[in-house]
Design a protein. Sequence first.
Length: 256
Amino acid sequence: MQSVERAFDVMFQVVQSERPATPSSLAHELGLPRSTVHRMLGALTSCGVIMRAPDEKSFIATPKLALASSTNRRVARLSDFFVTSLHRLVALSEETSSLHVRSGDQRVCVAEIEGSRGIRWSRGIGWGAPIWSGAVGRMLMAGEPPQELNDVLARHPLEPLAASTIVDGSELRALVDRARLDGTSWSASETVTGAAAVAAPLVTADGRTIAVLSLYGPAERLDHMLTFRTEIRSIADEAMAAWQSISTVPAVPAAR
């Protein structure tokens, strides 16, 4: 019974940490022997609720666990509201549409409607990727102060995820700045080889980006998806205005 309690203590500490948690920091914060913490981390990793961070030395919550956090339960209510917007995007484009939020240094899919085309891409609810990656990641980072991207990159060196992943920090910063100015972003084979996305933010009246809408499909159909850039942005703006006009639940960004 004590081992179960300790495992929960370690899991909750990882979830609550603002940065990836190391075995040493967890042992210090929880007052446990490092050997015990290592054993608990191994068990929690096997269960799929935490995973190793890119540095291979520290640990973070998996998207599955992040979605169960209290903050993301509030965001889940928001995703229920925006499912109509996702259906509108599918009706317009025939491509898969999705809603993403930030969770720590990950971007996580919290709602998805598959496209109607015979050949289509689907990521699934709970799918996650580094916050700096792809069109969705750039759009989320564009809603943050510029220093936040520097902080993220200091914690997570850029590494190839797919055939065309942006691994140059200066190029990535320029693309985030462009997304901030344009209000949309797009990518191809940056997070998943052969897949493309076009994204637009959900922005509150006071300028906070709380989530991102996107279209997702085969890279060879990127030009087709780009023809809907204006519509994606318009649908995002209309949906956000409707949400804020009727919602009594504060629209808050996902936990970091």
